[in-house]
Design a protein around this ligand. Structure first.
Ligand code: CA
Length: 294
């Protein structure tokens, strides 16, 4: 009663179709960045200086790490005050961060998650508003990596020796470059510390402004999934009602001795054009047939 017939007339074979097996869109986004690197937030009144303790104040995104009372501050000079302290030096916004009053003082920021293979370059300015005593400003800027700042490991430092201590009333640019992040560091936080430990007491401190960071190395991919594109074959036929169809493939050339392999499970006919896809044909040539069982 059952009989296998090879269906010839309605079989079509389309080669060269491409199937993309992809998920969400891929976007590149840096994971490491400086927040409030110009110290404009929170804004304080013009002509004022807000100290860390006196005003229970620190600029947004920055945390005091060490130093005595009022050893870290934000300064919003008037134009006249700026001119007195910095002359015609370029001004970035209104506010700067000051660190140090003749003792070890510092502030840090968590810059985000590091990735193996990447390197980070921090740039900024260090200024000397009114140190006329000749005392060196023992400042330093450093990167460290860890899960908390207190437990982090320093990986790069520049200081007054490598950058050069700015003369009174001037700003010196600095550049801090991290080594390439290793696999055992990957996934931890990158911190930057702005520090001054000048001796000689007040006014031996330094100010910072215009802090920024850039990333080099491997491209970061977030919200992405693995994606592959491969050639695919579609096989279509008219699937008559009450007939079961079996799609098979073999390696050409086709002969009476060809061994045929089922491509899918048997498919009941539904009175419409049926199509199956073969995603496994990317590496070899294949011939196809559709058997009707009724
Ligand atoms: Ca600023």
């Amino acid at each position: 009663m059952n009989q296998n017939n090879r269906v010839q007339k309605s079989l079509t074979r389309r080669l060269g179709a491409l199937a993309a097996v992809c998920g969400m869109a891929i976007s590149a986004q840096a994971q490491v960045s400086v927040q409030n690197g110009s110290f404009e937030s929170q804004a304080i009144p013009e002509g004022s200086r807000y100290y860390d303790v006196l005003h229970s104040y620190m600029p947004d995104n920055w945390t005091k790490y060490n130093g005595g009372a009022n050893s870290v501050y934000t300064d919003h000079r008037t134009a006249a005050q700026w001119s007195t302290d910095y002359g015609t030096s370029t001004r970035y916004g209104n506010q700067v961060l000051g660190v140090g009053r003749g003792e070890i003082s510092s502030a840090y920021q968590n810059l985000g998650i590091v990735t193996a293979g990447e390197s980070y370059t921090l740039t900024g300015l260090v200024g000397n508003p009114n140190d006329t005593t000749g005392n060196a400003g023992q400042f330093s800027i450093s990167f460290s990596v860890g899960t908390t700042y207190g437990g982090s490991t320093t990986i790069a430092t520049v200081n007054h020796t490598t950058v050069g201590d700015p003369a009174k009333g001037t700003w010196n640019p600095f550049t801090l470059v991290s080594p390439v992040i290793t696999s055992d560091q990957s996934g931890q936080n990158l911190y930057v510390l702005l520090r001054c430990e000048g001796t000689g007491g007040w006014p031996n401190y330094r100010e910072f402004d215009n802090i920024a960071i850039s990333t080099t190395g491997s491209t970061l991919v977030t919200n992405g999934v693995a994606c592959a594109i491969q050639p695919t074959v579609s096989v279509s036929w008219m699937a008559t009602n009450s007939v079961t169809f079996q799609v098979q493939w073999t390696t050409p050339p086709v002969s009476g001795g060809s061994v045929w392999t089922d491509l899918t499970a048997p498919i009941p006919g539904n009175g419409a054009i049926n199509t199956v896809m073969d995603y496994g044909s990317s590496l070899t040539k294949r011939a196809y047939r559709v058997l009707a069982t009724y």
